[in-house]
Design a protein around this ligand. Structure first.
Ligand SMILES: [Zn+2]
Length: 188
């Protein structure tokens, strides 16, 4: 079946405009059609190879999901925490673990799951200082340097005091501010 129509099309491979006999023609030439076919084949191979890589990379995580006991490194991987964080959580008794001997600490997977089963009481998500929004007007605040001078305290001791008492601070420009009312009480 032949038709006498001619339509302008853009070649799916070289991108040039060409005159096609059918509206369904995708390529300007057989050469372009063949090249595009090869390109698609190659892309498919790359895609499949990438998927394979992702699968291999995630395999340790998949294997861990069904484990009844985990060591510290495995738990860190599973939770997406650093090993150091997991040790800290164990040492502060936030996570239950059993220490068989040096480097042989195991955590039960069910204990981790159990952590999420009841509501956590007395817990408040504390924003990181950089995420904290402005707490007070600048005129009602001291800068860190001002506090140090006024109350004769070292910067280390001051930061310690702020951290220990969970005092709000915020940054604006190059200064860090603390509300006067929040800090004055500690120096009375
Ligand atoms: Zn072409």
């Amino acid at each position: 079946m032949s038709s006498n129509i001619s339509v302008y099309k853009i070649c799916g491979f070289c991108g040039f405009e060409f005159l096609a006999k059918k509206t369904t023609t995708k390529y300007c030439s057989l050469k372009c059609a063949s090249k595009d076919y090869k390109r698609r084949l190659k892309n498919r191979k790359i895609e499949s190879s990438n998927l394979q890589t992702i699968k291999i990379k995630n395999q340790p995580l998949i294997d861990l999901k069904d484990k009844e006991f985990l060591n510290v490194r495995q738990l860190a991987l599973l939770l997406g925490f650093s090993v150091k964080t997991v040790y800290r959580l164990i040492n502060t008794k936030r996570i239950n673990a059993y220490n068989f001997s040096e480097r042989k600490t195991l955590i039960r997977r069910c204990d981790i799951n159990a952590l999420f089963e009841k509501p956590q009481i007395g817990f408040e998500i504390v924003l990181r200082p950089t995420e904290q929004r402005k707490q007070a007007e600048i005129k009602d605040c001291y800068t860190i340097t001002e506090i140090q001078r006024k109350f004769n305290i070292s910067s280390g001791a001051l930061y310690n005091l702020i951290k220990r008492n969970n005092i709000s601070k915020f940054s604006e420009g190059k200064f860090t501010y603390v509300a006067k009312k929040d800090i004055e009480g500690y120096f009375k």
